[in-house]
Design a protein around this ligand. Structure first.
Ligand code: ADP
Length: 532
């Protein structure tokens, strides 16, 4: 009997090894030609096609993208199984991470009628851990909660359950009020490739790998990931992990270019591919502040041209753009042997966090992504990690820059419509004069917004309506106009889904938000002029 057991175990181990190496082979060997296929489809879409041909190209592209997602997930699983995925630990603020996850998940949640609540009960300490991987787990859990909940609540919470000298135990939970999971399936969902059919709600089908990956990462962190659920009333996923705690640095790390953090190496050449002019300008300004030489393209197709002709050190690429989107442009750059920037890191810029967003972008050939609105601290971290940091002799902040900045854009003044922190950061970064100019441009955009939306809607052009909503949502994000941004994101989602009723409801609800935001913009503009 013992011999039989040993033989059975060896056989199972051999099977597991064979499966891992098959996955590894498939992931690597399939990705390259598939990217070639998708890049060619992107180029084909740019030629003159009739409607039927365009439909075929779109179907082929969508199928290819699904396959790429699957491969990206399979690669993560393989890495985890083969123990080659290493955690990269550094001190970070756990509460800040949860706030970030909640805030980037809100637009997607809102589009399905869900509210995202956040509850934190944490000590004023930093923890040492792998922030990116923890974020991957949380984005996955919150993304699932959004997918499987309609018109409900998603609650993200974190509490320290035990605090010792330099170690604490944390319970981090994601709860939803969605469809729930049958008791006999609750352990199965953590297995690879398991998805459960949700009756009556044909939401986007995933690969069934998200939770398997999340649990493996949790285990790698020495923690656990479990679920409990009541079908029909909701689910609760609990990540339980212990981490070393360290005191917070005294200057609570302001998100300014001289926050005492390592500064990026100067002189890097960065290409920014972004269709929203305000975003393009703001990101360009931040990069310039860090001593980067910035080139800009207004859509994916122009981005591909510039990346072909010049070798950059980094490309920042918006995800949804007219003509050619970010993943399409990335594939075209990666597939073109003549492109001078073929091997350069490409980082996606996106406003929506869904569990497979990052995996999808990586599958297209990007190295990662930043969530909009892009903050100074995010870009600094990215530049330092990709390009290294500057030497002592190299002052990071150009002299004469900061005196321009108003002391502080009085938080109360904008009536809370424009997020104080965002405005203060913009003021610091751009200086009062440039901020005034950007505010004026935003004001003009707001003034024309409703007429433009109404015209597109009256012409029955839902795609056009969605594009206008998308563009202004981008500008609203830059100025921290959260409510307006969320409403525009929801409108954009309704347009994309072709739900005419939801589009009209979204348009109807816009007027007071636009008016409120417009008033806040005027008020802030007046304050800035008064400070001049
Ligand atoms: P997928 O990529 O399909 O979402 P996951 O591994 O993340 O894969 O999830 C596996 C399955 O678990 C999902 O297909 C779904 O059936 C179920 N599931 C996960 N999270 C939830 C949730 N919050 N509510 C209901 N079902 C869920």
């Amino acid at each position: 009997a013992e011999q039989e057991l040993i033989a059975a175990r060896d056989e199972a181990l051999a099977a597991a090894r064979a499966r891992s190496s098959l996955l590894a082979f498939m992931s690597h060997e399939m990705r390259t030609p598939l990217n070639g296929v998708l890049a060619s489809l992107d180029l084909l879409r740019g030629t003159s096609l009739d409607a039927r041909q365009r439909g075929h190209v779109d179907t082929a592209t969508r199928s290819g993208e699904i396959l790429l997602h699957l491969i990206a997930d399979a690669l993560d699983v393989t890495r985890l199984q083969a123990d080659v995925l290493m955690l990269r630990e550094a001190p970070f603020d756990l509460g800040g991470l949860l706030e970030e996850v909640a805030s980037i998940s809100r637009p997607a949640a809102q589009a399905r009628g869900n509210a995202v609540l956040l509850g934190l009960d944490l000590p004023a300490l930093n923890v040492i851990g792998d922030r990116d991987r923890l974020r991957q787990i949380l984005i996955n859990l919150v993304g699932n909660a959004i997918k499987f909940t309609r018109d409900g609540t998603i609650r993200l919470s974190a509490a320290a359950t035990q605090i010792d000298d330099d170690e604490a135990r944390f319970d981090i939970a994601v709860e939803d009020s969605g469809i729930g999971i049958p008791p006999d399936q609750i352990e199965r969902i953590f297995e690879e490739f398991v998805t459960i059919d949700a009756p009556g709600d044909p939401v986007t089908r995933g690969t069934g790998l998200g939770l398997a990956i999340a649990r493996r990462i949790a285990t790698l962190m020495g923690g656990s990931l479990t679920a409990e659920s009541t079908p029909g009333s909701g689910s609760r996923f609990l990540l339980r992990v212990s981490m070393t705690t360290v005191p917070r640095p005294p200057a609570a790390a302001p998100a300014t270019p001289d926050g005492g953090e390592p500064q990026p190496r100067r002189g890097a050449r960065v290409l920014v591919v972004e269709d929203n002019p305000t975003n393009r300008l703001v990101i360009g300004e931040i990069l310039a502040l860090f001593g980067c030489r910035v080139s800009a393209a207004e859509d994916g197709a122009d981005g591909v041209e510039l990346a072909r002709a010049e070798r950059f050190d980094l490309i920042l690429m918006d995800v949804s753009m007219p003509r050619l989107d970010g993943p399409g442009a990335t594939r075209a750059i990666r597939a073109d042997p003549a492109a001078l920037s073929r091997e350069v890191p490409i980082i996606g810029l996106t406003a929506h966090a869904m569990p497979d967003t990052e995996a999808g972008l990586r599958a297209a050939g990007m190295q990662g992504c930043l969530y909009k609105p892009v903050r100074v601290a995010d870009l600094r971290r990215l530049l330092v990690s990709l390009l290294g940091h500057a030497g002592e002799e190299d002052p990071p902040v150009p002299a004469g820059r900061r005196p321009d900045a108003p002391e502080a854009a009085d938080p109360g003044d904008a009536g809370g419509t424009l997020e104080d922190e965002t405005i203060a950061e913009l003021a610091e970064m751009l200086g009062a004069e440039a901020l005034e100019a950007r505010l004026a441009a935003f004001a003009a955009e707001l003034d024309g917004l409703e007429a433009a939306l109404a015209a597109a809607r009256a012409a029955g052009d839902l795609a056009g309506t969605g594009r206008i909503a998308h563009r202004t949502a981008g500008s609203a994000a830059v100025f921290g106009a959260r409510a307006l941004r969320t409403a525009l994101n929801a409108l954009e989602a309704a347009c994309a889904a072709g739900e005419a009723g939801a589009v009209d409801a979204g348009l109807g609800a816009l007027a007071p938000l636009v008016a409120e935001c417009r008033a806040a913009v005027s008020e802030l503009g007046a304050d800035l002029r008064a400070q001049d």
